[in-house]
Design a protein around this ligand. Structure first.
Ligand code: NAD
Ligand code: TYD
Length: 362
């Protein structure tokens, strides 16, 4: 890993990964290709460690000519592919962009890599890697008592987001199987931590609670996700890129599965402790049941034995400490919060997804 193309590196996990790589890999140069959609934030790339080794390029992963040029100009040997449309609720209201970015975009990157690395033999195949970052949502939903998903579990995606990611995973797999592209895939559970866009559960709850807005719980709040602190995810990806076996997929997860309502109560408790003088304390009085998400997956759970046995990875951060860090980060970055949530696009999203949503049971 010398010259790395990171796609989606202005988003939540991508920008944390850019930082992680600059801190842990002193020899690496990064080209960061990001379209800067609503979720891609230049603010996420401020104050990078060693910024001279990071080049930001605003552009679309579906732009084949641009991707071709970047691979050649920077002699890219490693692609770590994060760029995607990522929010399930947006995929329900508008699935078309998910098909374009997640499926066509991944196909475009695969074709460009195949041409440059395999057809043109620009670099030794042992020295190149395409790593595709994916989600546990490709596996569908677990019933109570069913065992956690392994790398062998058949895909059963339920939302347009999950289906588009499943589709892109299959394309990556096929490029390894058919063309010998040195590829790896990771399927990770729900991430949280600094710089997550406040459309997702945890940052939305933190920002709404600190400003005294309702905390919207979909349905009965008993849905279960597995939660992983973002830096733990970055470490796992870095290990897979450096030491994972080509052609393999690895599950990544946080080894904890609280129901959503418990996450929300924990955030409220942390805020009560940190801000006892707030007019919104106790924050749990803001909890408001709202209409459920259509097709809402009930339970996710990841079996992470493979990555632990092969690469020695396990999550470092406990859920409580990770949440405490995260709440503290949002409280101490008011400029980031104002810039990301103060604009008209974000307000329009809140209006569309919440104001028009209706109450629980309607
Ligand atoms: P995000 O929504 O915060 O960021 C996505 C980034 O991709 C943004 O910077 C956006 O500008 C960029 N992007 C979108 N379309 C693009 C295009 N056509 N060309 C170039 N850039 C484009 O997403 P995230 O939460 O950081 O997720 C990153 C990856 O990790 C995704 O592939 C997602 O499926 C996967 N993942 C996320 C989670 C999670 O909990 N957030 C969990 C598992 C896997
Ligand atoms: P989210 O952060 O959107 O991630 P995903 O749907 O990809 O798992 O949602 C996490 C869980 O929280 C999910 O069960 C839906 C629920 N949720 C709410 O109850 N209220 C909300 O306002 C949001 C955004 C999510």
């Amino acid at each position: 890993m010398k010259n790395v193309l990171i796609t989606g590196g202005a988003g939540f996990i991508g920008s944390n990964f850019v930082r992680y790589l600059l801190e842990t890999e002193p020899g690496v140069r990064i080209v960061n290709l990001d379209l800067l959609t609503y979720a891609g934030r230049p603010e996420n790339l401020q104050d990078l460690p060693d910024p001279a080794r990071h080049l930001f390029v605003q552009g679309d992963i579906c732009d084949r000519a641009l991707v071709d040029r970047l691979l050649r100009e920077h002699t890219i040997d490693t692609i770590v592919h994060f760029a995607a449309e990522t929010h399930v609720d947006r995929s329900i209201l508008g699935p078309g962009q998910f098909v374009q970015t997640n499926i066509v975009g991944t196909f475009t990157l695969l074709e460009a890599a195949r041409q440059y690395w395999i057809v043109e033999k620009s670099l030794p195949l042992e020295a190149v890697r395409f790593h595709h970052v994916s989600t546990d949502e490709v596996f569908g939903s677990l019933k109570p008592g069913e065992p956690a998903w392994t790398e062998e579990t058949p895909y059963a995606p339920n939302s347009p987001y999950a289906a588009s990611k499943a589709s892109s995973d299959h394309l990556v797999r096929s490029y390894h199987h058919t063309y010998g592209l040195p590829a790896t895939i990771s399927n990770c559970s729900n991430n949280y931590g600094p710089r997550q866009f406040p459309e997702k559960l945890i940052p939305l709850m933190i920002l709404n609670a600190t400003t005294g807005k309702p905390l919207p719980v979909y349905g009965d709040g008993q849905q279960i996700r597995d939660w992983l602190y973002v830096e733990d995810h970055c470490e796992a990806i870095s290990l897979i890129v450096r030491k994972g076996r080509v052609g393999q997929t690895y599950n990544i997860g946080g080894d904890n599965q609280p129901p959503n309502i418990q996450i929300i109560h924990t955030i409220c408790d942390i805020l009560d402790e940190l801000q006892p003088q707030s007019p919104h304390t106790p924050h749990e009085k803001l909890i408001t049941p709202v209409a459920d998400r259509p097709g809402h997956d009930r339970r996710y759970d990841m079996d992470i034995h493979k990555i632990n046995a092969e690469l020695g990875w396990k999550p470092r951060q406990t859920l409580h400490d990770g949440l405490l860090h995260t709440v503290n980060w949002y409280l101490t970055h008011p400029d980031w919060v104002a810039s990301v949530s103060g604009n008209s696009e974000y307000k329009a999203w809140v209006e569309q997804n919440y104001t028009k949503r209706g109450e629980s049971g309607k």
